[in-house]
Design a protein around this ligand. Structure first.
Ligand SMILES: *[C@@H]1O[C@H](CO)[C@@H](O)[C@H](O)[C@H]1NC(C)=O
Length: 451
């Protein structure tokens, strides 16, 4: 009996999935940077290193379906080599890839025609929408007009592109209804970027979904899709820039927001870092920053031996399965067989540090941050945050996603514990002590998983 019911449910689920596919793909992608945009160290993409392949295996394990390959120098041999390595691997594994044309680097849309043509017919090129068309996204639209994009699509691909540009710096975007009147003929959907974080500023702030909601509503009203961005922080100290953008509990807070918003697609910003003009070294990686693709300046605060962000990945995986199954943040679950999964993260210097601080350091909060996903029975669990030997918060755990940014971080050691009936069952312990100040002045986070 139970088995029959299950079969019927499965059949129903696949019908729903099929129907849903046309309008409602619910897929998560990750912005992949670093090796197409290597303006500093030409020719360092090492074929045979296994790096591109490992990136795909790891992303796929999280439930990420595709990389958006940020490409800004399409005719350079190192870019072409990386693209080829990724496609060769993806063709074998069922992972997908699509181009994100970086108009900050190369503003002429025709410069991308050849590379797009070379790859859109590959097995692993991402296709979506009712007509199952190859997806092309962008980082900004530069100075390219809707008419220019239309001509490019029509002349080179017979119009058969699912065009999903990041257009949030284009004029009129703040009035999405009007924007779609201008762009609606050429786009199939639109992708936000800036809404992944609060606007840059000098006071603490929470991320908002107001713009996402307005754009998504306008998109749906005209039969288009919306791809929402998910990210952690921005801290950059390279390439002539030094700035901070919140940060703190942004990643889990945004997860919670996106599960409520339920956009058509989500793009994680970013898998890796890059030297390029677009978002060089901004610290929002969740995967590998391969040393061969990055400058010493960037690696100083983002090499993944000392500054790994891998422990955000289990949270991302839990987010992805909740998103695909239409659950909200309270319905996020740890992997089967585990009681909880999560991480703590913190900045190793205080914001009053007397060093060369990033712009907008004032918006940072001296806090211990965490995100912990707990299973359905949370009744005997609590979350305890200890900073410099002092308990600064203990709070009952709830089923699903728990997160916090607990102010009052002290110098020294940091721990976040999951406590059951008074004893600690999982602990995240700082890898590097917090200090009042140091010479580096890096505002990147140390991210440590609960073990
Ligand atoms: C951000 O949101 C949290 C609740 O999630 C709230 O406690 C906090 O005060 C908010 N911060 C700001 C600056 O609005």
């Amino acid at each position: 009996m139970a088995k029959i019911t299950l079969c019927v449910l499965e059949a129903l689920a696949s019908v729903i999935t099929l129907m849903g596919h046309a309008v409602d793909a619910k897929s998560v992608y990750a912005h992949y940077m670093g090796k197409f945009d290597n303006v500093a160290k030409i020719g360092t993409v090492t074929e045979g290193s296994g790096h591109a392949e490992l990136d795909i295996d790891q992303a796929q394990a999280l439930g990420i379906e595709a990389f958006a390959m940020n490409i800004g120098q399409p005719s350079q041999p190192w870019a072409q080599s990386t693209v080829k390595q990724l496609f060769d691997k993806a063709d074998q594994t069922g992972f997908k890839l699509f181009f994100s044309l970086d108009f900050y680097q190369t503003g002429d849309v025709n410069a991308y025609t050849q590379i797009v043509s070379d790859y859109i017919n590959r097995e692993s090129y991402l296709k979506t929408g009712p007509d199952n068309l190859p997806v092309v996204s962008t980082f900004s639209v530069g100075g390219v007009s809707p008419q220019d994009f239309q001509t490019w699509k029509q002349n080179n691909y017979d119009g058969k592109i699912y065009f999903l540009p990041n257009a949030d710096t284009s004029s009129g975007y703040d009035n999405p209804e009007t924007w779609f009147q201008q762009w609606g003929d050429v786009v199939d959907g639109v992708f936000g970027w800036e809404t992944a974080w609060p606007a840059p500023g000098q006071t603490p702030a929470n991320v908002s979904d107001a713009v996402d909601t307005a754009v998504q509503n306008a998109a749906h009203n005209v039969g288009k899709t919306y791809m929402a961005p998910l990210s952690s922080l921005q801290f950059k100290k390279c390439c002539g820039g030094n700035y901070y953008r919140i940060g703190e509990a942004n990643l889990p807070q945004r997860m919670s927001q996106l599960l409520a918003l339920n956009p058509d697609f989500v793009e994680v910003l970013t898998w890796s870092l890059t030297n390029s003009k677009n978002d060089a070294g901004e610290s929002h990686y969740i995967g590998n920053n391969w040393a061969e693709g990055l400058t010493e300046e960037i690696l100083a605060y983002s090499n993944t031996d000392i500054w790994p962000h891998y422990d955000w990945q289990p949270l991302i995986a839990s987010f992805i399965s909740a998103y695909k199954e239409g659950r909200d943040a309270s319905g996020m679950t740890p992997p089967e067989g585990s009681e909880a999964v999560g991480a703590m993260w913190y900045r190793p210097v205080l914001k009053d540090a007397s060093c060369q601080k990033p712009d907008n350091w004032q918006s940072a909060v001296d806090a211990v941050n965490y995100g912990i996903v707990v299973g359905s029975d949370a009744s005997s669990l609590s979350i305890r945050v200890t900073s410099g030997g002092e308990v600064i918060r203990e709070t009952p755990a709830q089923p699903g996603l728990n997160y916090g940014s607990v102010p009052g971080i002290k110098t020294g050691k940091q721990t976040v514990e999951l406590v059951k009936d008074g004893s600690s069952i999982l602990t995240a312990t700082s890898t590097v002590d917090v200090v009042e100040t140091n010479e580096d002045c890096f505002f990147n986070f140390h991210v440590v998983g609960l073990k």
